[in-house]
Design a protein around this ligand. Sequence first.
Ligand SMILES: C[S@@+](CC[C@H](N)C(=O)[O-])C[C@H]1O[C@@H](n2cnc3c(N)ncnc32)[C@H](O)[C@@H]1O
Length: 245
Amino acid sequence: MYDAFAYDESVASTYERFTNLLGKVAEADETSAFLERLSRGGCALELGVGNGRVAVPLSERGVKVEGIDNSDSMLELLAKRTDLIKAWKGDIADFSSEHRYDLVYCVYGTFTLLSRREEQIACLRSAAEALKENGVVVIEVRVPSLDGFVSGQKTTAMFVDHENTFVNAVLHDPINQHFISTILWFSGASVTRLPQRVRYVYHQELDTMAECVGLGLTERWGDWARSAFTNESKGHISVYRRTSL
Ligand SMILES: C[S@@+](CC[C@H](N)C(=O)[O-])C[C@H]1O[C@@H](n2cnc3c(N)ncnc32)[C@H](O)[C@@H]1O
């Protein structure tokens, strides 16, 4: 069945340019420095590895990185870019690996692309099981915000320069904790649609889900530069360790 929210060929073909315009490619160096510290020079597994935006600079820092993704198109982008990262097709909501890792990480809100609570818990369980004894799980998600919503909908200008305009149209489904959005990317005479559905989570629900699978919070930061997590934070990076085996 066609999945309107999958990272298909049309999303993959624009991903590098899109993330570059939003500053996410530049940010990857800081992200990988943060993750390098936690992987202690060992090995890491990225959930939703995509085109290797973070995995590639992390492996260049000497960490052995592997990755899982469910999109053939994104995995092809990664394979074209490097052969240093072993990556395979799989569902981050339900994976197992014979290998054990110092670090299992899931960044850029990828965790919230799992649209059901049960899938999010299963993802954390699989991540916990894939850890070495002193390993850590790192999750980066946005702080859910209902600012600007009127009658459950909101349209914002996300990015504008002389060539590109990103207009984001979002619907809120409070029953399922979903934001269903489409970014309309106007560039020259063309328009590209980037649809997405996320199941948002507040940090306390994330901690509770993690506790359910034997993971306890050890660090939480407001950004990759390790700024404090405050009421003003737009997102957070949460680090968990196993509390029970
Ligand atoms: C927002 S992109 C992030 C890619 C990369 N981690 C980055 O930071 O640039 C989300 C990635 O997760 C993948 N993905 C989404 N849902 C997935 C699932 N259930 N299992 C595996 N991969 C998934 C997508 O194909 C896409 O490559």
